[in-house]
Design a protein around this ligand. Structure first.
Ligand code: FAD
Length: 487
């Protein structure tokens, strides 16, 4: 029998920072479904928020609440901001190198809806890559890759462990505590910026077991994404570009965003995404990100990752304009938990990072708050868990298994259909009729011969649609174009 003190599902910032805070003396398994760097953390570009000093905390809280349409839990936002200085100091003390000036002072950038420059970054625009590499080297525990969790062992209000496919073999592993750090829901959407590993499996398991998912109607769309590639993961152009001066223009060079909001490119993400979506629909014009105001040398040094990636696609940045579209980017909602990551009603189960709904983001995440959220609340969850020191007693029998039925023949077809319907009907602009249409199609797919993993995706998709239908008025990222409730 395999048994650990702690199992951590996911090896992004939330999972790895949780692992870094658990002493080596504990028997811990960190696992991820693919290679470790296939996660959203690795792809993060812009940076991580860190309040500048104690005076900046109230301003950071205010910016976060304003971006989140005041749907956030203010107490939790306060924790995020107050803890940010200590968390950044801890990461730096352990050896992480953020970008600094020649005197060693941290360099801060600004992104949309921040009232000041308070975002630290690394490798220019490769913050996620640097952070992930650093945390991988700091993880003192066993890390298993190619291990895909497809069930949580839950009975009588207690979590006993997981069932997973480990390099194609089913395994059952028990643990005193399980920390979910499995990220968001990107693969549900046709156009998304997320890693292919981020596919809402664990959300789907939670929905199946009656564990609450909260704020699921608030899915965030990033305004500046290059979607004209054949790959599932579409290429992001960080918000820091606009924060540092890039413009959004139509094919005639018009900065049309000012027709929608007087902050133009610096309005919050939901507003910029919706404005681009509506402008394209109204005018049928192409929309571009224009970086030509940057000096090439400065641009190449500050955004080396974007320069390189787009050069391989034939763009000469900053000279060339890049055609852009909004795309799904981030799940503001998730598995309900308190500010210690405790999943209510289930002993021994925690959730951290993008998978969690802590209440920090409200109806729309403020840029670069998510890496910080992952670190802050992972540490709090671990502190709580170590303090409680809870153990599993007699283990019940968990004999339901899903061997060889994780995938079925039709799954690919239905996955594609799901991604399309989520993009078209549960995307940036929603209608009641469209949401009902999505709900029916999802229900119909659930009644076909499908594999377990698709079933889990459909569970999560249902939770998003149901939450969107339940919220009749627009708020933050949930924008409903009509209020037709008679359908
Ligand atoms: C392109 C891009 C740019 C971004 N830029 C920024 C930024 O500049 N600043 C910022 O703050 N945020 C940014 N974000 C958001 C931020 O990166 C994520 O919210 C954050 O990294 C999530 O961390 P996480 O640890 O919760 O999840 P992830 O880093 O996504 O890790 C999820 C882990 O869970 C594992 N997993 C998932 N399902 C299973 C399963 N069933 N079984 C086993 N393992 C599983 C995966 O393999 C992976 O290891 C960006 C996101 C993207 C996509």
């Amino acid at each position: 029998m395999q048994k650990y003190d702690v199992i951590i599902i996911g090896a992004g910032i939330a999972g790895l920072y949780a692992a870094m805070n658990i002493p080596k003396s504990k028997k811990v398994l960190v696992l991820c479904k693919d290679i470790p760097w296939e996660c959203n953390t690795f792809y993060a570009q812009g940076g991580m928020v860190s309040a500048l000093d104690n005076n900046d905390i109230s301003l950071h809280v205010e910016d976060t609440l304003n971006a989140g349409a005041h749907h956030n839990l203010e107490r939790v936002v306060q924790i995020l901001s107050e803890t940010s200085i200590e968390i950044t100091a801890d990461i730096i003390k352990k050896g992480m190198q953020f970008d600094t000036d020649s005197k060693g002072n941290l360099l801060y950038t600004k992104e949309a809806a921040h009232s000041t420059a308070r975002i630290i970054h690394a490798g220019g625009d490769a913050t996620g890559r640097y952070l992930h590499h650093f945390m991988m080297t700091q993880n003192p525990h066993l890390l298993e890759q190619n291990m895909l969790v497809y069930d949580l062992l839950i009975e009588n209000g207690r979590c006993y462990g997981i069932k997973a496919m480990s390099s194609y073999n089913p395994v059952t592993i028990y643990a005193d505590n399980v920390i979910i750090a499995s990220g968001g829901v990107g693969s549900l959407y046709e156009y998304n910026t997320n890693s292919r590993t981020v596919s809402a499996d664990i959300h789907g398991i939670c929905a199946e077991k009656g564990i609450a998912l909260k704020d699921m109607e608030f899915m965030q769309f990033h305004p500046t994404v290059f979607v004209k590639t054949p790959f599932a993961r579409k290429l992001l152009l960080t918000e820091a570009l606009r924060g540092e001066g890039a413009h959004i223009v139509d094919e005639d060079g018009k900065r049309f965003l000012f027709d929608y909001d007087n902050r133009g490119e610096l309005a919050s993400r939901d507003i910029v995404s919706r404005s681009i979506f509506e402008y394209k629909r109204k005018t049928e014009k192409e929309v571009y990100l224009d970086c030509s105001m940057f000096k090439p040398k400065v641009f190449h040094a500050r955004f080396p990752n974007i320069t390189h990636t787009f050069s391989s696609l034939g763009f000469n940045l900053p000279h060339d304009r890049v055609p852009i579209s909004p795309a799904f980017h981030y799940a503001n909602g998730g598995i309900a938990c308190n500010s210690h990551g405790i999943v209510p009603g289930i002993e021994g189960l925690y959730v951290v990072g993008e998978a969690a709904r802590t209440g920090v983001h409200g109806a729309n995440r403020l840029a670069s708050n998510s890496l910080l959220e992952g670190a802050v609340f992972a540490k709090r969850a671990v502190e709580h868990m170590l303090g409680l020191d809870s153990h599993i007693g007699k283990i019940p029998k968990f004999d339901k298994d899903y061997d060889n039925i994780l995938h079925k023949d039709n799954d690919k077809k239905y996955k594609r259909r799901l991604r399309k319907i989520m993009w078209e009907e549960v995307g940036i602009v929603r209608t009641t009729q469209g949401l009902h249409h999505a709900r029916n199609l999802i229900y119909d797919m659930k009644n076909h011969e499908i594999g377990r993993l698709l079933q889990l995706r459909l569970n999560t998709a249902s939770a998003i649609v149901d939450a969107a239908l339940a919220r009749k008025e627009s708020l933050g990222t949930h924008y409903i174009e009509d209020d037709d409730q008679d359908i």
